[in-house]
Design a protein around this ligand. Structure first.
Ligand SMILES: [Fe+2]
Length: 153
């Protein structure tokens, strides 16, 4: 483990954030039909969030003595809303993997970097859970059998 590995993984995370800025922005331009009413702003907010994350990660890479990457990761394109959401989910899953690898590269006693990364990982996990719900990959199962439809008399 060491600083070089930490910086390398943070740069990987940065490349996913840079891809997120571009991918979510393009999706916000492209979404049409009734979906546009909701998802134009949804994708713009996600692009803004990726921008904020990119700034924090880029600053951190420099603080650790590295050079922040200018190369975005793979950008997925679609004109179909379901496909766009799936692509967002794939991107967020890649990003969280990079953040977790960065966490694992921290020295055991490097608590400040670890705590900071845990916050990032928690943010990414919230996005993943939302996108899993939006793509219906995640549905309520526990206790669902207790839900009864009431008849209106
Ligand atoms: Fe992010």
């Amino acid at each position: 483990m060491g600083r070089a590995e930490l910086v390398e993984n943070l740069n990987k995370a940065l490349s996913y954030e840079l891809a997120g800025i571009i991918q979510y922005s393009q999706h916000s331009y492209l979404v049409t039909g009734k979906d546009r009413e909701v998802f134009k702003d949804f994708f713009r907010d996600m692009a803004e969030e990726a921008q904020k994350h990119a700034e924090v990660v880029g600053d951190k890479v420099v603080a650790l003595g590295g050079i922040p990457t200018v190369e975005p990761a793979m950008i997925r394109q679609s004109v179909n809303i379901d496909e766009m959401l799936k692509q967002g989910l794939e991107l967020e899953r890649e990003a969280i993997t990079a953040y977790m690898a960065a966490w694992a590269a921290c020295d055991d006693n490097d608590l400040p970097q670890k705590f900071w990364l845990e916050g990032q990982i928690a943010d990414e996990q919230m996005h993943i859970e939302e996108l899993e719900k939006l793509t219906s990959e995640r549905t309520a199962k526990a206790g669902a059998e207790k839900i009864v439809l009431r008849e209106i008399s």
